[in-house]
Design a binder for this molecule. Structure first.
Ligand code: ZN
Length: 309
């Protein structure tokens, strides 16, 4: 049954990629050609970007295996999708294929689709995590309520996420991409990154000024509450007070001379200092402010095992 499975997989992935393009292309066309939108229109654009990004994720996941995007499938559909080579030709696959093609079964949430995406693209986790986090926050109010005033950086960051995602998918499997990114898209990404660099410089200058006015020397203040696996205390590079990094902690296994070596690493992707006000919102901004983006936490390995497994 693998030929049936392959054709169903291509169909689902292609349909999802086309739907992603139908949401995303008009948004890019609108933003590249016309002036900045007002709040109500900006909400609609953010909503379309979040939906388009979600469909782009699912187009890629479906191309790996459609079972990755459906939840609560009947066991027969799951067996067919997970073991097509073992499914005999006599199996009546049509009703299940029709239901899958019609998306009769619920699909996974955006959050779960993002987690599955990181399995296939671990190298983009640190760079894209703050952007996906923002999209998860904005998606529900954008589609089912009101975002109120949409900040320019929220719209730009959502555009950057959708564009980055399409570029990442196009680089691995072009037929699953919502569209083929062109010169205009590359110009937008370059302008966004240049604007981020300018803003980081301004924020560092403002933080330096505030640090020089701090009356109490709190450089030896205590670290904050106990660290979780998504935060890490660090000294602020500007005012030297304790500040907080956001990010993820994960185990790394490496074989050296036949011996397996395990280490625990924290990968930072945001930074907040309450004392001088320095705020950095992604790994690129951390690098621009000369903050390390990877930290060894191997001394916490046993606690990590206890708490996460
Ligand atoms: Zn500071």
């Amino acid at each position: 049954m693998s030929d049936r499975y392959d054709s169903l997989k291509r169909r689902l992935s292609g349909d999802l990629a086309a739907a992603a393009g139908a949401y995303l292309v008009p948004v890019f066309t609108r933003l590249y050609r016309e002036p900045r939108p007002g709040d109500a229109e900006a909400q609609a654009l953010v909503g379309n970007l979040c939906v388009g990004a979600e469909l782009q994720l699912k187009a890629f996941l479906a191309s790996a295996n459609p079972a990755l995007i459906f939840k609560d499938m009947p066991p027969e559909a799951r067996a067919f999708l997970l073991a097509p080579d073992e499914t005999p030709a006599s199996f009546n696959w049509r009703p299940f294929a029709l239901d899958l093609r019609d998306f009769a079964y619920d699909t996974v949430s955006l959050e779960d689709a993002v987690k599955a995406f990181y399995v296939f693209f671990p190298e983009f986790r640190q760079a894209l995590r703050p952007y996906f986090k923002l999209a998860v926050e904005l998606r529900k109010p954008a589609l089912h309520g009101s975002l109120g005033p949409v900040r320019k950086d929220e719209l730009d960051r959502t555009v950057y996420l959708a564009l980055s995602l399409v570029q990442v998918v196009a680089s691995r499997r072009k037929e699953c991409a919502a569209f083929v990114p062109g010169d205009q898209d590359r110009r937008f990404a370059a302008a966004f990154e240049a604007a981020c660099a300018r803003q980081v410089k301004e924020r560092v200058t403002a933080a330096r000024q505030k640090a020089s006015t701090l009356k109490v020397d709190i450089a030896f203040n205590a670290a904050g509450p106990p660290e979780g696996w998504e935060t890490l205390d660090t000294r602020c590079p500007i005012c030297k007070n304790w500040a907080v990094l956001g990010g993820t902690t994960d185990i790394h296994c490496e074989e050296k001379a036949g011996v397996e070596h395990e280490s625990l690493e924290f990968r930072a992707d945001s930074f907040t200092c309450d004392a001088c006000g320095l705020l950095l919102e992604d790994v690129g901004e951390l690098k621009l402010a000369d903050l390390p983006v990877a930290y060894d936490r191997s001394e916490d390995l046993e606690r990590w095992r206890d708490e996460t497994r």
